[in-house]
Every structure is written in structure tokens, then in C-alpha cells.
Design a protein around this ligand. Structure first.
Ligand SMILES: [Zn+2]
Length: 301
């Protein structure tokens, strides 16, 4: 009988807590596998991950981290030696992106004496993903995780350990820990560009043609074709946005459908509705097809 997953804090653990070993993490139910860096199922998503410094495409920043997916690595060196696929733990992280459930993040840190410990970084959410060649040249999945911190939060204690190499932070960044706003899975932004694209299409979804009436007027969302921010760094420009209903916005962001150069929909029947004065950029559509769109198997529909 498999242990049911726990999403969120386990026991009284708080960000900043240190654990002596992977065995202790497992014993306390914080991160249950003794070796795997991720605890996830395809059906329910990821519960926890452990960041070590051995994966060449991982990045840790103050307000987000990029976590490399599972698979295609040499067991001895951790080097990428083959392409990753959207299976197993990678599917689990995509599931977390869809559900928005929190993921516990632990990080290996090294004491000055050289002994290792694992620091609880807190709860994170998977907000986007990319599939692209990593430093090795092989395809890797990169997941962007952002911290979920309640707006009223006790300061995190100063970090007693410093990790050399990949996770080096400038000394002044060590404290005080910045306070983050809780982040929704898909950002719905209101900018001049997003207002413009909605006006151009009369608030009609460019996929299904629906125009959602509310007591506050019509409602539509602007979807960035190449997403903003790392790892995608798409521009907030009119040729990089579409006017979509919330359903098609979610399906587009999660990669359920793509758009061909002739505006035929891929993964859905039909054609993108266009306007003479709004031309989505071919390069950004190709980027979305390559990095985000993943055709669904018949069993997933
Ligand atoms: Zn729609």
C-alpha cells in the first residue's frame, strides 16, 4: 500500500530548518525517497524535491529556481548523456503546474567543516516549464518554481551554512530574506499590450470565438505566446499575445495545443481567428510549438 502524498509542510518543519542527512529527511517524511531527488507521481504531482549541486542546468535565484527534470543522466557523474522525456517525475512536475499544489524544496548545504546538511527552503509552486537543449546539448525539462510565502511571515533565520559553487549568493543577499507575494500558476497581467489585444478582438477568444459577458463587461485574457520571465524571456509585445478565453488560455499555457504558421490549430480542430491589424509573430509561434506544446496521446484526451 503506497503512502498517500502530503502536499505542504510536514509536521512542525519551518523554512530554515536543517536536517542532518537524506536518511533523516526520509525518516521524518519530509522527502521520502532515500536517493531520488524528487518525490512525485504522474497522477498527483510532486511532493518534494532536493536540490544538490550536481545538475548542470539547475539555477537558484532569490525569487525563483529552475529545476532540471528527471532522466538521461549518468549515474556516476550526474552529467546529461541523453534527452529527457515527458514521463515519470517530469510528468509529476507538469501535474503540479496544473494543480498548483505546493512542493517542498530542500537544498544541500555544506558546513565550514565540510559536513553536509539539508536545509528546508519552504513551499514552492511550479509556474512554468521549458523543454530545450541543456548545457550538454541534450534536451532537458526545466521547471520554474517560485516560493509561496504568506504575506505575514516571521523572518527566516540567518543561514548558518554556505554552499560553494552553484548556489553561491552574494553576502548581502543572505539576509534579510525577501518577502514574496504568493503567486498564481498562470499570471494574468493587465498591461497596455494586453488591453490592446482584447480590444482588437472585441474580447472574443481567438480559438473558440466565445465572448464572455459579465456584469462588469466582457471578459477575456491575453495569453503570451512565448511566456514572460525566465526561462522563456518572451516580450510583452502585441505580436507575442493572443486574446483567449480562460479555458483556451490554460490549455495554451500548459501546452495542450499549438498553432501552425498558417494559423491552423494543432491538437484542436480549426483555425486561429485573426484580425488584419494583429499578426502573431511566426518565430514566437514556432517557439511555443517547440518548447511548450506537447501533443496529447489519445488516452489523455
Ligand atoms: Zn476559447
Amino acid at each position: 500500500m503506497p503512502t498517500p502524498p502530503v502536499f505542504g509542510h510536514v509536521g512542525s518543519a519551518q523554512p530554515g530548518d536543517l536536517f542532518a542527512s537524506r536518511a533523516e529527511l526520509a525518516q521524518r517524511g519530509q522527502h521520502r525517497p532515500l536517493q531520488a531527488g524528487i518525490c512525485a507521481t504522474q497522477e498527483q504531482g510532486a511532493e518534494s524535491i532536493v536540490l544538490s549541486d550536481k545538475y548542470e542546468d539547475d539555477e537558484v535565484h532569490d525569487d525563483y529556481l529552475l529545476y532540471t527534470g528527471h532522466g538521461g543522466r549518468s549515474e556516476e557523474t550526474g552529467q546529461q548523456v541523453a534527452d529527457q522525456t515527458l514521463t515519470k517525475a517530469n510528468k509529476g512536475l507538469v501535474r503540479s503546474q496544473v494543480t498548483g499544489l505546493p512542493v517542498r524544496v530542500f537544498r544541500k548545504v555544506t558546513a565550514p567543516a565540510g559536513s553536509q546538511a539539508f536545509r528546508y527552503e519552504g513551499l514552492f509552486r511550479v509556474v512554468s516549464r521549458d523543454c530545450r537543449p541543456g548545457r550538454s546539448g541534450f534536451l532537458v525539462f526545466l521547471f520554474r518554481l517560485e516560493p509561496i510565502i504568506a504575506t505575514v511571515e516571521a523572518p527566516i533565520p540567518a543561514r548558518p551554512y554556505a554552499q560553494p559553487g552553484l548556489f553561491d549568493r552574494p553576502a548581502e543577499a543572505a539576509e534579510p530574506t525577501p518577502r514574496y507575494e504568493a503567486t498564481v500558476s498562470r499570471l494574468v497581467r493587465d498591461t497596455a499590450v494586453t488591453r490592446q489585444v482584447k480590444a482588437l478582438h472585441g474580447y472574443r477568444c481567438q480559438v473558440c470565438g466565445e465572448q464572455l459577458a459579465t456584469p462588469g463587461g466582457f471578459y477575456a485574457e491575453a495569453a503570451h505566446i512565448r511566456p514572460l520571465g525566465a526561462p522563456h524571456h518572451g516580450p510583452d509585445t502585441l505580436d507575442n499575445v493572443l486574446c483567449l478565453c480562460p479555458n483556451h488560455h490554460a490549455l495554451f499555457d500548459f501546452g495542450s495545443f499549438g498553432i501552425a504558421d498558417n494559423y491552423a490549430l494543432l491538437g484542436l480542430p480549426g483555425q486561429l481567428r485573426t484580425q488584419a491589424n494583429h499578426q502573431p509573430d511566426m518565430g514566437q509561434l514556432a517557439y511555443h510549438r517547440q518548447h511548450i506544446y506537447r501533443p496529447l496521446a489519445a488516452s489523455q484526451r
